[in-house]
Design a protein around this ligand. Structure first.
Ligand code: DP6
Length: 346
């Protein structure tokens, strides 16, 4: 017999950044964070999990057709947690097939080019965890699954919910309260749009995992960011979302991206994620906002040079339209809430 289940999980882009771990093993963060989930029609991972006694003994994972290493501690932690929950079910109900003991085969596909240089680990780990939970018919809630996905990759916990999603840092040393929560569904503020400017499709220089550890160890700016700046912004951001206040949403988004990259620069040796093209994108957003006389566009950058620019549908022309004119639309790969425009400012 082959047992099988499928699911999809969306990409999320943080507007308040997770940067720093208080426990690298459990992926417990030094600050809470908040993200916007992109529409699944644009950016998502589709994953099928299956298990069978007829499979080779080793668990396996294929991403876009290429075999991936599953021996890492993080993937193993997710497998172990999910198998543990399945074993509990099997122990309490002898009629259930013994799936926890069978080898797993995971097959994942991203509906966006991996070459786009977008962080796909969040959607990938979230889909992996939910696909296995579905396969095992676990009664777990999205909150429970976010606790497991967090151990695979911190930002993945936010991809278990749609819309506007927070990740509460928590204080328990076992991570029980470090989980994601929905701030508002996408339908609460449906005119939110994002354009992704692919500055470079190359793989990032310093991985988030390594980068944030070095920051925690060496940056003097980091402590105040984690203890003062971010807690205040988490409040402001949640209120801005509740009130659909784009000016505050945009301002806090840009300031938090700047704060995160300042902390990277304050790391020793310094980490440079932004490049000249990224800085040109910031200038364009500033020019758009200056022309409008208010904030109608907001940039944010993760651990790489690509810009994500948030705006409202009513300002499509002034924001995405301008970027398209500047860049030239090479491959129109558009959707309801996310849009990729590839090109160069030069
Ligand atoms: C800059 O979730 O990739 O994108 O927990 O080590 O897997 P690990 O890190 P990861 O870090 C994401 C960092 C970020 C900000 C964010 O998404 O909040």
């Amino acid at each position: 017999d082959i047992y099988r289940a499928s699911t999809t999980a969306p990409v999320n882009i943080a507007v308040i950044k997770y940067w720093g771990k208080r426990d690298p093993k459990l992926n417990l963060p030094t600050n809470s964070s908040l993200s916007v989930t992109l529409s699944q029609s644009d950016l998502r991972t589709h994953t099928t999990a299956s298990c069978s006694a007829s499979y080779p003994k080793e668990d396996s994972l294929l991403l876009n057709g290429a075999p991936q290493d599953v021996s890492g501690a993080r993937t193993q932690a997710c497998f172990r947690e999910l198998r543990g929950l399945r074993s509990q079910l099997e122990d309490s109900d002898a009629s259930l097939p013994k799936l926890a003991a069978l080898p797993l085969k995971i097959v994942s596909e991203n509906n966006f080019p991996t070459a786009a240089g977008l962080a796909s680990s969040a959607a990938g780990l979230a889909a992996l965890v939910r696909a296995i939970a579905n396969l095992y018919k676990l009664p777990s809630s999205p909150t429970d699954l976010s606790r497991i996905a967090r151990q695979g990759s911190g930002s993945a916990c936010r991809s278990l919910f749609g819309g506007y999603v927070g990740w509460e840092q928590g204080s328990a040393s076992n991570g029980s309260d470090s989980v994601a929560f929905q701030v508002a569904p996408a339908s609460h503020w449906p005119s939110m749009r994002a354009v992704i400017l692919v500055v470079s499709a190359a793989k990032k220089g310093v991985s988030s995992t390594t980068g944030m550890q070095t920051t925690v160890a060496t940056s003097s700016l980091f402590a105040s960011r984690a203890s003062e700046t971010v807690p205040k912004r988490m409040q402001e951001m949640q209120q801005a979302i509740q009130e659909r206040d784009f000016e505050t949403f945009g301002k806090v988004t840009m300031m938090d991206s700047n704060s995160f990259h300042a902390t990277c620069l304050d790391t020793y040796p310094p980490i440079f994620y932004l490049n000249d093209v990224s800085r040109a994108a910031i200038k364009v957003v500033e020019a758009i906002n200056a022309a409008a006389g208010r904030i109608i566009a907001a940039y944010t950058f993760d651990a790489g040079p690509n810009a994500v620019v948030y705006y409202l549908e009513e300002n499509e022309k002034q924001v995405a339209g301008l970027f398209k004119t500047l860049l030239g639309e090479k491959d129109g790969w558009k959707g309801e809430r996310g849009e990729k425009v590839e090109g160069n400012f030069a």
